[in-house]
Write a protein that binds this ligand. Structure first.
Ligand code: F0G
Length: 410
């Protein structure tokens, strides 16, 4: 593959340091082989997560200086609200300190014991926040997605036929909302097609069930739609994103992903009554509805990031560099979840290490070995993360946005 020209130049740098294999052995022992317990200063290249780890732009740092720290009615909030409404069209925009706070507020408002919330694949915090209310979180990925090696486009789609069967069997009353996660993080960072979102919209509308997006990586998903669905090939990523949001009744969002922010999130809904209940809950734990647990400057950084993340040059670089890592790993015979996703490459550790049984956590073992060998940190997405709900034993190499260059990846 040719050289990828990163579409930015670097103005501020952060040193990273090499460690010796013997030192790393000691750090691993001290950490109990838990990579979350290793101090970041002992990591060479940190691919634990793409969440909150992005490099902000000069425009974001400039916006931070413009942040208005008023308790109520902060001008920063109105700038954020305008940016979110321009993108999503949702009437109510409720800022939160990160994505899971939006999830907690949404699910504790709409879920009761006995309820069921379907998703293409729930992220772990989403599942946990649903289960904490006594409701049940159900994953409905495509049956073909079970095969990590199948190279099918839009492998993150929801199984719409399974959704229809679930609604038929359980009744719409038990389902307070249907959620689709774009891109499908726990399912390999795979995108969801517009056709699939439209099909979910049609079924939920027929049964009067609200449809929500877990929109953390909406821009990466929009780019995949532009590249992969002929009807959208001439649309801009922003137009595609607007269309995606227009199909939904609300969303949860972690600004730590596709907004390049180091902290932040929001919850949106078109239902004014629900928004009023959510804001009451917000005040209990997050703060007043014009800041929701964030500083005014954070709101401004998110507003700028939401616009920047949709630049075609950025998205082309982003998806090309993730695929670059994926192809290099796969070309050396290591099975990855195919095709490469948007924000991360997932190694199928169960397949790579068939001699390690599930109860000895192949993904975790591989993550430890990768750190021991190279000082690279990754994260297990398998039985350690999801317990008995794990479908695969994966090791995720997530790529922070605009942080590492092609030579780091090499
Ligand atoms: N939904 C998805 C799909 C996510 O990937 C995450 C976070 C959240 C919700 C929760 O957002 O962290 O801001 O509270 N994912 C990170 C990760 C932690 O590493 O994939 P949050």
């Amino acid at each position: 593959m040719r050289t990828i020209i990163e579409p930015f130049r670097i103005k501020s740098v952060e040193p990273i340091r090499q460690t010796t294999p013997a030192e790393r052995e000691g750090f691993l022992k001290a950490a109990g082989y838990n990579l979350f317990q290793i101090p970041a200063s002992d990591i060479l290249i940190d691919l634990l997560t793409d969440s909150g780890t992005s490099a902000m732009s000069t425009e974001q740092w400039a916006a931070i200086m413009r942040g208005d720290e008023s308790y109520a009615g902060s001008v920063s909030f109105y700038r954020l609200k305008a940016a979110v409404q321009d993108l999503t069209g949702f009437q109510n925009v409720i800022p939160t300190h990160q994505g899971r706070a939006a999830e907690r507020i949404l699910f504790s408002t709409v879920c009761k014991p006995g309820h069921i919330v379907p998703n293409n694949t729930h992220f772990d915090t989403t599942r946990a926040n649903i289960e904490f209310t006594g409701a049940k979180a159900v994953d409905l990925p495509l049956p073909e997605a079970c095969d990590t090696q199948a190279r099918i486009p839009f492998k993150g789609n929801m199984d719409v036929a399974a959704l229809a069967r679930l609604i038929e069997a359980e009744g719409a009353k038990k389902i307070p909302l249907v959620m689709v996660t774009v891109t499908n993080n726990s399912g390999g960072g795979q995108p969801v097609s517009m056709a699939n979102l439209e099909a979910v919209r049609a079924i939920t509308a027929k049964h009067g069930i609200p449809f929500y997006l877990d929109a953390c990586r909406f821009a990466e998903n929009a780019y995949f739609i532009q590249q992969g669905e002929a009807a959208f090939s001439t649309w801009t990523p922003k137009q595609i994103a607007q269309r995606m949001f227009s199909l939904a009744d609300g969303c949860t969002f972690s600004a730590k992903k596709d907004a390049f922010a180091n902290i932040g999130g929001f919850l949106c809904t078109n239902n004014d009554l629900l928004a009023a209940q959510e804001k009451d809950l917000l005040i209990l734990t997050e703060g007043f509805p014009t800041y929701g647990g964030l500083a005014g400057r954070d709101l401004d950084a998110i507003a700028v990031g939401l616009e920047e993340v949709l630049h075609p040059d950025y998205l082309q670089y982003r998806i090309a560099s993730t695929a670059y890592l994926g192809r290099h790993i796969a070309d050396h015979g290591v099975p990855i979840v195919e095709p490469p996703g948007g924000h991360a490459i997932y190694i199928d550790a169960g397949r790579m290490l068939p001699h390690i049984p599930r109860n000895q956590f192949p993904g975790q073992s591989l993550g430890v070995e990768l750190y021991r060998h190279a000082g690279v940190r990754s994260v297990e997405i398998g039985s350690v993360m999801f317990g008995e709900n794990a479908r695969h034993e994966l090791l995720r190499l997530a790529i922070p946005r605009r942080v590492y260059t092609q030579s780091h990846i090499d």
